[in-house]
Design a protein around this ligand. Sequence first.
Ligand code: SF4
Ligand code: SF4
Length: 238
Amino acid sequence: MSVNTLKIDGQDIAVEEGATILQAAREAKIPIPTLCYLEGVSPAAACRMCLVEVKGSPKLLPACHTAALEGMEVSTNTPKLQSFRRMNMELLFAEGNHVCAVCVANGNCELQDLAIRVGMDHSRFAYRFPDRKVDMSHPQFGIDHNRCILCTRCVRVCDEIEGAHVWDVAQRGEHCFIVSGMNQPWGKVDACTSCGKCVDACPTGAIFRKGSTIGEKERDREKLSFLVTAREKQQWTR
Ligand code: SF4
Ligand code: SF4
């Protein structure tokens, strides 16, 4: 096993070759904000919240998708990054319809928590108020596209852990949306096993259990973290 040594926020860190900057930072207890990252499934670098500065690189780089290399000097919390993260968060809120006061995830939402953490108390961008659908066709769950931030956690967890591949991303740019099956109502997609992994993975109130009302969405994160790491820890066979 070969090891790379690097500096993160001035701290010397040694990590196994192949680890990402995010993994190296987490090992050293250096917090880097994330939204789309979910341990145990492939990284998507979709939310851009984990961007960091690397000495010598003209671009900000996603910590979840950038290898921690020998001799790297990484900064995770500069004024430039703080300002970028706040702006990114404002754009996420302006782009969808995030009305926390009437959301099932109010008080239990990673988007809300991160907005508070980066100091976002209003958006400087005009709210777009897009006209988006709510699909309640599944017998147990619902999806409210108004609250979707396109993190693709549901896509990856359903494909890589459950093996059902119910979800995908349709269209491009501002017209992107999460689609079930061949753009069918969720309840008509035979591949869905109703396992609920996408509900536990979703960071917002976009996917929820039917019957939950404002602030009632609960996620069983322990179940999810067991599921995503069980294979590599060989917990199925113990
Ligand atoms: S309930 Fe399970 S199988 Fe159905 S969409 Fe969600 S993760 Fe996929
Ligand atoms: S439905 Fe939830 S998990 Fe899926 S992309 Fe949207 S916010 Fe992410």
